[in-house]
Design a protein around this ligand. Sequence first.
Ligand SMILES: Nc1ncnc2c1ncn2[C@@H]1O[C@H](COP(=O)(O)OP(=O)(O)OP(=O)(O)O)[C@@H](O)[C@H]1O
Ligand SMILES: [Mg+2]
Length: 449
Amino acid sequence: MENNLRALELLKEIYNVDQLLSGKEYIKELVHRIAQILKVKYVMVGHALETNPDKNQDKIQTDYLLSDGKFIDNVVYDLHDTPCVNVICGTRVNCYANDVQNLFPYDQLLKDLNVDSYIGAPFLHSDGGLIGLLVIMDDKPMEDRELYTSVVEFFAARIGTEYRRQAVEDSLRRINENLEKLAQERTLELQRAFESLQQTQKQLLSQEKLATIGRITFGIAHELKNPLNIIINSAQLLEEEDLDPDSSKKAADMIYQHGQRANTIITNMLRQARQETALEPEWIDISEMLDHVLDVYVRSLTDMDLKGHLVVKKNIDPRVYAYVFDPPSIERVLINIIDNSLYALGEKYRNNKETFTPTIQVDLKAGPSLFKVTVRDNGTGIPQKHLSNVCDEFYTTKPAGEGTGLGLWIAKQNVEKNRGEIHIESEENKFTQVTIELPGEQRLQEAQL
Ligand SMILES: Nc1ncnc2c1ncn2[C@@H]1O[C@H](COP(=O)(O)OP(=O)(O)OP(=O)(O)O)[C@@H](O)[C@H]1O
Ligand SMILES: [Mg+2]
C-alpha cells in the first residue's frame, strides 16, 4: 500500500516537472525527485562513450550524478567488472538488491560510495543502439525490488526521449548555424560581385563618355570643315589686288553666309546634344534648299580644273515641300552627299583628264506623300564589298586629314530622324547613286502655301 502511494506520488511529481521544464533542467529535476521520493543516496544518468573502433561502448560519461541530494562532479568510468556492463548489454533493468560490492569486487566506485544495492536501466536509440543509462544506488538493501524496477524502467525510457529530443535540437541548431554561415558567406560573395560590377560599370561609363566626346569632336570637325573651307577661299580671293568690285562683293557675301552657316551648325549640334528635338514637324521648301546647296558647293569648288569641266545636270521639281522635324539636319544630308560626289569626281578626273567627263546629276521628284532626291555621279564608285559599310561611323577610304568617315553616317541618322530612308547604289569606276526619300508634297498652287 505504502509503495503504491509512493509510486503515485512519484508519477504526480514527474507530471508536474514535465509541465514546467524541458531539456537538461528537466532531467536534473527528475533525478532530484527520484532520489527524494525513493529515498536513495545516489542517482546517476550518463551516456555511453564510443571509444573503440568496433563500436563497443566500454565507458560511461556521467551527465548527472546526484549524491546525498547534491549534484557532484561528473566522471568517466570504465564499465569492466561493474554492474553497469550488464545494463548496457541487455535492454532491460538489471537489479542487485543487496551486497553488490561482493558481486563486483573490482568496482572501485561501488567501494568508494559504499554501495549496497544497485539498479540500472539503459535508454536506447529508436534503432536499438545504446544512448546511455539511468542508475540508482543506495548504501542499504533495496526494499521493494518491484517498485524500483518499474520506476527505473519507466524513467530510463522517459530520459531517453529527452536525450533524443536534445540530439535532434542540437543537430537542428547546427544546421541552422551552418545555414546562417552559408547565407552570410553568400551575402558577402554577392556583395563583392556587386561591388566589382559597379566598378566595371564605372569604367565602362567613363570609356563610353570618352568615346562620345571623341565622336562629338569628330562630328563638329566634319560639319564645320565645309563652311570653313569656303570662308578661307573667299578670304583669299578678297586679298587679290586686282579683284573687281562685283567679285569682292560675292566673296564677302560667301564669307557672311558661310560664317552664318557655321554658327547654325554649332547651334544645332548643341541642340542635338541636349536632345532637343522638335515635337511637331514643319514644312520646308526642299526644292529651293537642294538648288541652293548644289549651287554653293559647285561654285565653291577649289579644284579649278574639275570646276571647269564639271557637268551639272539638274532635274528638280519646283515647290516641293518636305515635312520634317529638323530642317537644318536635312541641309547637312544634302551637303554630305554632294560633297562625296564632288570628291569622287575629282579623284577620277585627276587620272583620266582626256577621256572622262565628270558629271553630277541631281534629281528631285515629288510623289503623293513622299519625295525622292537622287544624287548620281560617274566618279570612282564604291566596290561592291564595301557598299554595306559606307554608312558606318568612321568608315572612310580617304587619306588621313581629308575624311572623317562621318558624312554618310550623319546623313543616315538625320534622314531616319526625319522619318525617311536612304539607299546607296554603286558600281566601281562607273557610278554612285544616293537616294533619299522623305515625307513631303508638291504645292503648285499659290493658294496652298
Ligand atoms: N559618291 C561617292 N563615290 C565614291 N565613294 C563614295 C561616295 N560616297 C561615299 N563614298 C565612300 O564612302 C566612304 C564614306 O563616306 P563618308 O561621307 O561617310 O565619309 P568620308 O567622305 O570618307 O569622310 P567625310 O565625309 O567625313 O569627309 C568614303 O570614304 C568613300 O569611300
Ligand atoms: Mg563624306
